[in-house]
Design a protein around this ligand. Structure first.
Ligand SMILES: [Zn+2]
Length: 756
């Protein structure tokens, strides 16, 4: 009977305990023990620490790691909680021993707390060590043990233990005290860190160093006694010095961590950064910046290296770290700036893809005005006509604007967005034709990723379904970019002659505010920006003079890589007119059969090679009606339109213009007279002068026959006569007008233009 009653009391007590435990579990112990802010951690390609940012609460608290360092755990357990792996949260043996000691000394000398109880104490915000708190911590400890594995408990403890000052968790502590990863610490160093959580005040207070060393050496001796260290290891370990003044946490790639932590604050961020390259390039950037600052007051520089395979940055130099430079905290890889000419190759690639041009098709390079916008080439001259690839290499503005008006700004914007340009904030009307000359801002980040997209596609020989740029088009674009002949803007190109197999393009923004150079191989994309973060321009600062040297130095530090394999898909044999670059007609004399893009089939055949009738001695051009057939020699000739020819023959000595028409025997097959400026259909935007009248416009025309007067009519009213230089200043009113020129022989040309 009595035993039955006892059993009843026992089971009631057990039930009460279980209920109490459940209530504790549900109402008092949080499901997540810690919710503190953590530091943002940046790791390199070998999982090494590149840099970190302090947590929101100004603590160096690294996020919990999922690995446990066995050496440190051994030290910790031997020091704090020998029976950690066998107890269930509380350790009756050490409690009993602690009580005995405390009673003997009449006060609290020893806590008898397990690691789990200490974890509970940390999770409860380190409340005072009273008996009541101890009991609560014991209850929590039992609950924690029931909820988490031993390894999870260790991980939480290690990540949240205090290590003196604002250092929380062993990962932050190892970097602050030893400037190394936990995995590289010695036994003595692990032992030092193991004694700290229970006595964080011992570190770096001069008077406590002896006490700290005592505690460390006691632990090392315990390890020796437990057979973990041998005699020699113990002797070496106790002779190791204690850590000195804390180190600063590494701060490589400072701009990258700031950029990435916008989205991944408080996280461990694994990158592909190669820390050796990062370090070298930061030094390179700093050196160049120092030189540029001294010589030209250029304060800032940025370098980005992308891996073609992954698209991930291998080095990210957001700015110089020279303290004497201004605004070094600004990340110039993410700054939106005018790209100068660096987008031009994308237009070439897009037009090759859609079959609007052939790779070497002639593009007109004569004065141009589009809605009041009159682009000029860097050297202020015109070539009359240039091959499209040459226009890209030489970065000619006028032919590129003509190409853009064929392709349209709207389509080019879609191309750029597909390539990855994220900073087109306005619509096509806002940008107009200027988009090809640097009118839309880009970041170095986007620019490098856009070139990467093409390089990746070509290196994999794979064309995604949604691709707006074909593989052969990329091949031709990179091929043009890898050639060494460069324009005057890039006159110093010869210094880079040794660089083979790099496709590259430079850019200089309006007012010399930005100098760019972007280059690529089958392995790397390298982008360099030089300028002032404040936006101030510097006379003489060009992409080729200031950014390209840095870029080629970067390539010299990178592994050599093979050029891309030639593309075969989407290519076929075609007859191309060597003079015009167009698909040859049967009138072309100089024809080569080459592999070219299949898309080129959609382009027009050569419009320049045509039959002309000459006298037998080729001195005169004649009309078939006015000379006996026997006196006529009919030949095919490459003939440019008059306006193009005017400039073309100045630059091409071997170009022979057609002879003039024989007196009284003129023909109409070819324009004898033509307008150079403006072109037919142009809208001129003419500013008003002080008195409110429109300013004068200089009209320009050309005649194939030298020393022939031209007679000008504006809206059928005679307005003047010109001789050698066919230029006439006129003051047309707003509205639509017709202007015409006519020579002595009745050769006439009329165009329509608008004035706004
Ligand atoms: Zn031809």
């Amino acid at each position: 009977m009595a035993s039955h009653k006892n059993r009843h009391i026992l089971s009631t007590l057990l039930l009460a305990f279980i209920i109490l435990f459940l209530v504790m579990h549900v109402f008092f112990i949080p499901s997540q023990l810690f919710s503190d802010a953590t530091s943002t951690i940046l790791l390199d390609d070998h999982h090494e620490l590149l840099g970190a940012r302090i947590a929101k609460d100004e603590q160096w608290r690294f996020p919990e790691t999922d690995t446990l360092n066995q050496r440190f755990v051994t030290c910790l357990i031997n020091y704090e909680d020998k029976r950690f792996y066998s107890h269930l949260g509380i350790d009756p043996i050490s409690i009993a021993r602690a009580m005995k000691k405390n009673i003997a000394s009449n006060g609290i000398k020893e806590g008898g707390s397990t690691l789990t109880m200490q974890l509970a104490r940390m999770a409860r915000g380190n409340q005072p060590r009273t008996l009541k708190n101890k009991l609560i911590e014991a209850m929590w400890a039992i609950d924690i043990e029931a909820t988490y594995s031993k390894d999870e408990i260790l991980r939480m403890y290690i990540s949240h233990a205090p290590f003196g000052g604002n250092i929380v968790g062993v990962d932050a502590a190892t970097w602050r005290y030893f400037y190394r990863d936990l995995s590289r610490l010695s036994w003595a160093e692990c032992a030092t860190l193991s004694v700290l959580p229970n006595a964080p005040a011992l570190i770096h207070l001069g008077k406590n160093r002896v006490r700290l060393k005592e505690k460390r050496d006691q632990l090392l001796t315990t390890l020796y006694k437990n057979g973990i260290l041998n005699k020699e290891e113990l002797e070496l370990s106790v002779n190791e010095p204690l850590p000195d003044v804390p180190y600063k946490i590494p701060n490589e790639a400072p701009h990258l961590i700031d950029y990435l932590s916008k989205k991944q604050k408080g996280k461990v961020i694994q990158t592909h950064i190669n820390s050796r390259l990062q370090h070298q390039l930061q030094k390179l950037a700093n050196n160049y910046c120092q030189i540029y600052t001294r010589s030209n007051y250029i304060e800032n520089i940025a370098i980005l290296v992308l891996d073609v395979e992954t698209g991930e940055p291998l080095a990210y130099i957001g700015n110089t770290t020279n303290p004497e430079s201004e605004a070094i905290q600004v990340d110039m890889i993410q700054a939106e700036r005018s790209p100068g000419s660096t987008l031009k190759p994308f237009l070439y690639a897009a037009m090759l893809t859609s079959g609007e041009i052939t790779p070497k098709q002639l593009i007109s390079d004569t004065p141009l005005s589009i809605n009041g916008f009159s682009p000029s080439n860097f050297n202020k001259s015109y070539n009359g006509s240039v091959h499209a690839d040459e226009a890209i290499i030489q970065s000619l503005n006028v032919p590129l604007v003509r190409m853009l008006s064929m392709h349209t700004t709207a389509r080019f914007m879609t191309d750029l967005k597909w390539l990855g340009l994220t900073t087109l904030h306005y619509d096509e009307d806002h940008y107009g034709a200027s988009i090809i000359l640097g009118g839309a801002e880009v970041t170095l980040w986007d620019l490098c990723h856009m070139y990467h997209k093409l390089a990746h596609q070509l290196s994999h020989n794979e064309e995604p379904k949604d691709s707006r740029i074909s593989l052969p088009a990329i091949w031709y674009t990179f091929d043009a970019m890898s050639r060494l002949n460069r324009p005057e803007e890039e006159a110093q190109w010869s210094q880079f002659k040794s660089m083979k197999n790099v496709a590259w393009k430079t850019g200089t923004s309006w007012g010399n505010r930005d100098a760019w150079s972007v280059g690529l191989t089958s392995k790397y994309v390298v982008g360099v920006w030089v300028g002032n973060a404040t936006g101030e321009g510097r006379a003489g600062m060009t992409g080729v003079g200031f950014a390209a040297p840095v870029m080629f130095d970067v390539f010299s530090m990178l592994e050599d890589s093979k050029w891309f394999s030639p593309v075969t898909k989407g290519m076929e044999l075609m007859n191309i007119c060597k003079q015009s670059g167009h698909i040859a007609s049967n009138l072309c004399n100089d024809v080569e059969t080459v592999m070219t893009l299949s898309a080129a089939k959609q382009t027009s055949t050569c419009p320049y090679c045509r039959y002309v009738h000459l006298t037998q001695d080729e001195k005169w051009q004649v009309n078939a009606d006015c000379v006996p057939t026997s006196e006529i020699k009919t030949v095919s000739r490459f003939v440019l339109p008059a306006a193009q020819e005017y400039y073309y023959q100045m630059k091409h000595a071997n170009y022979s213009p057609l002879p003039p028409f024989k007196e009284g025997c003129s023909g109409t097959s070819i324009d004898q007279v033509d307008f150079i400026y403006p072109e037919h259909g142009t809208t001129l935007i003419i500013p008003r002068g002080f008195n409110g009248t429109l300013e004068k416009v200089v009209f320009k025309a050309v005649s194939r026959k030298p020393n022939t007067p031209l007679y000008w009519h504006l809206d059928n009213c005679y307005v003047g006569e010109t001789h050698d230089e066919h230029q006439l200043s006129l003051q047309p009113d707003t509205g639509t007008h017709t202007i015409s020129i006519v020579d002595n022989e009745g050769n006439r040309k009329a165009i329509i233009f608008k004035v706004k």
